[in-house]
Design a protein around this ligand. Structure first.
Ligand code: SF4
Ligand code: SF4
Length: 169
């Protein structure tokens, strides 16, 4: 999918545009002058069908629905580099996050990996399960073997706060 494909398939939607703008805070896409500094520093650029400056441009123009439904927004690594590099304080990463929230609200398809991460955090408090430490001699040490305590399960308060932060409760 290219930016031209998206812009020729649908008309801009001003209501959705406003909805996204409300979620972003002070970093507004209309301040973007397409200098591409965000994209030139983006570590996920090669994996992104649309580059950060293109996503900003589409949002600026109001082509929100296609971006939300395309899966592009889920490839961003949330490294914040684009936010650091932008001379206009646009923060493409904040926009991508707002688009993700909107995708959930609109019941758009969410990649399975992200749903698994949410379940894992609710179940264990972490995205990844603890790994064994490996020495230079390739000996493996689990937490048990190292005499470390078992990790506590997340409390109900943590789960409620996490779900609230996700906007699902
Ligand atoms: S760095 Fe900022 S101003 Fe430049 S293209 Fe990216 S979002 Fe736009
Ligand atoms: S936050 Fe996302 S879009 Fe921004 S530089 Fe990092 S990977 Fe790229």
């Amino acid at each position: 999918m290219t930016i031209t494909d998206l812009m020729t398939t649908k008309k801009p939607d001003s209501k959705l545009r406003l909805k996204v703008l409300e979620k972003i805070g002070e970093h507004k896409p209309y301040n973007c002058f397409q200098c591409i500094r965000c994209t030139s520093g983006c570590p996920a650029m090669k994996m992104l069908e649309l580059k950060p400056h293109e996503i900003v441009n589409l949002a600026k123009l109001g082509f929100i629905e296609d971006v939300v439904n395309s899966g592009i927004i889920w490839t961003c690594a949330m490294c914040l580099k684009c936010k650091e590099r932008c001379p206009q304080e646009v923060a493409p990463v904040d926009l991508i996050l707002a688009l993700r929230n909107l995708a959930v609200e609109m019941e758009a398809k969410i990649p399975e990996g992200h749903l698994k991460n949410v379940s894992m955090i609710l179940e264990t408090g972490f995205i990844l399960t603890p790994r064994e430490a490996i020495t230079r001699k390739l000996e493996k040490y689990s937490r048990d073997k190292l005499g470390l305590p078992k990790l506590p399960k997340p409390s109900e308060k943590f789960k409620a706060t996490f779900l609230k932060a996700l906007g699902t409760s």
